[in-house]
Design a protein. Structure first.
Ligand code: HPA
Length: 271
């Protein structure tokens, strides 16, 4: 892996958080921010202090790394991600994912908000991603040297981590679906024809993130678990029209449940 921003990031982290050794990293997507409140012994480092981390500015909050504990487990949360639709590039999270792998993390949990393509999966429910469609056909590994770039994507979404997640959901009495996530570049939502196309291709949910991070994580040797919070039905499946505000308010409503599930899941994962 070539990336000369990683060493400066590691040095900054070693200075600001010398005794932190997280084995698990979690990217918080839209609707998952409530999770940050569950972190004990929190220590924050803004992305602006970490070269190689993206510059994100959602609603005035710059991104940050949040070190701490959830139950017995030492974690680092990535509060804020950059999407490919912001720059046209799929490698925005490259420095971040590689820094976390070098820091000793074994697994990356990715969270997002997504539209449901399946009438039986309703807004407010969760879906574990078991596979994806990279529809923009963009890769964060373009230009990467060496044979390691030919990453096996066969079990990109770790079956053992998924099995643990399903048990954790059952214990907390939550319904969790599994399915295929279709990555669309965005930032516009899909048309009804695109939604029908995605359904025909075998996708169960659609969103604008996560897939580049999964590819980066597998390339860096991290195991991946990814969870979508379904905030709406795909465009044209129901009468209401889509907006970012609708997505956020649906996410807000389910935020407590989603965070509770994630906390119990994080405690249960065997790394
Ligand atoms: N499409 C794409 N991305 C999304 C959606 C959607 O319907 N909902 C939340 N993120």
């Amino acid at each position: 892996m070539t990336d000369d921003t990683i060493e400066p990031c590691l040095r900054r982290i070693a200075h600001a958080a010398p005794d932190r050794r997280p084995e698990l990293a979690v990217v918080l997507g839209s609707g998952w921010n409530a999770m940050a409140e569950q972190v004990q012994a929190p220590l924050r480092i803004p992305y602006t202090e970490l070269p190689g981390f993206p510059h994100v500015g959602v609603d005035g909050h710059a991104g940050s790394l949040l070190f701490g504990h959830i139950g017995e487990r030492e974690v680092v949360l990535l509060c804020g991600r950059q999407h490919a639709y912001e720059t046209g590039r799929a490698d925005a999270m490259k420095g971040a994912v590689r820094t976390l792998a070098k820091l000793g993390c074994k697994a990356l949990v990715l969270t997002n908000a997504a539209g449901s393509l399946d009438a039986s999966m309703r807004p407010g429910e969760l879906m574990l991603i078991n596979d994806h469609l990279n529809l923009p056909q963009q890769s964060p590994l373009v230009g990467e040297p060496g044979s390691a770039r030919f990453v096996d994507m066969g079990d990109a979404y770790d079956p053992r981590l998924r099995a643990t997640a399903i048990q954790a959901a059952a214990r907390s009495g939550l319904k969790v679906h599994q399915g295929v996530y279709a990555w669309m570049l965005g930032p516009q939502f899909e048309t009804p024809a695109e939604i029908r196309m995605l359904q025909g291709m075998g996708a169960h949910a659609v969103g604008m993130s996560t897939v580049p991070e999964t590819i980066l994580a597998r390339h860096a040797g991290l195991r991946v678990l990814a969870v979508s919070l379904l905030t709406n039905m795909g465009c044209g499946m129901e009468k209401e029209s889509l907006s970012h505000a609708l997505t956020l308010s649906a996410a807000q409503e389910a935020a407590g449940r989603a965070a509770g599930f994630l906390a119990s899941l994080i405690a249960a994962l065997e790394l």
